[in-house]
Design a protein around this ligand. Sequence first.
Ligand code: SF4
Length: 266
Amino acid sequence: MIVRGDLVCAAVSGGKDSLSLLHVLKKMSESHNFRLKAITIDEGIPGYREEALKIVSDFCTKLGVEYKVFQYKELFDLTLEESLEVRANEKISSCSICGTLRRRAMDYGAKEIGADVIATGHNLDDTLQTFIINTLSGDYNKIGWMYPQALTATPRKIKPFCEIYENEIVFYAFTNGIPFQSEPCPHMSEGIRTEIRDFLNNLENNHSGVKNSMNRSIYKISQIIKNSDYKQKRICLTCGNECTGEICSVCGLLLKLKQKKSQMCK
Ligand code: SF4
C-alpha cells in the first residue's frame, strides 16, 4: 500500500480506528522509508467535533506528527449542520451528505499537504456494512468502487486495517493506551448502518469467521463489477475532478444545497 519515499497523509477523526492507525503508521515510519502527516476534517457538528479535535491535536503532539485541520465551512462555505437544514428532504441522510463532502475534503487536504497517499482507518467491519448498505440500496455501481484503487491514482487511497476486525482495533487501542473519542456522532443512529453492524456481530458470535469469508467474497464481487461496468471517465465541468457524468457528485450536491439555501434566504 505504501511505496518507498511516500508522504502518507493519515486522515484522523479522533475515533479508535484512525488514532490506532496513526500509532501504527508512526511506528512503521521510524523503521521504513516513508514520511507521515495527519489531517482532520471538521464537518461543523456542534458539541461533537470539538472534543475529537482536542484529542487528535494532543495525540499528534505526543507522537511528533505534523497535523492540520480542514473545515467544511472553509472548503464548501457550508457546515454539515447548515447542509442538513437546506437538504431537499429527510431521505437524503446526514451520513450520505457528510460522506460525500468528506471524501472531497480529504482529497483537498492531502493535496494541500503534498501527500502521495491518504490512509484511513476503515476496518473489515466497515467494509461489510458498506457492502450491505450498497446492496440494499440497489446501487451496485458503488460495490465496484469498493475494489482497491490502482497504484496510479493521485493521491492513492489506502485502508491498512481493511482485514482487521473492529474489536481487534479496540483491543489495540486499549492495550496501547491510545486516547479516543467515545462519544458517538449525534447523527450516527439515523441510518441503517448500526442495525447492520449488530446483525453482523450476532452472526459472527454464532458462526466464527463469517466476517472474514464475506470480506473475501466482497473483494471478488467488487472486482467483477468494477471490470464489467466500466464507464468512461470524464472531467467535472465545475471542479475539474474525474467523474462519470457532466459534473461530479460533490459539485452536484453542493449546487443543490446552495440553490436551496439561497431560496430560503429570499
Ligand atoms: S456519523 Fe455520519 S454525520 Fe456523523 S461524522 Fe460520521 S458520516 Fe458524518
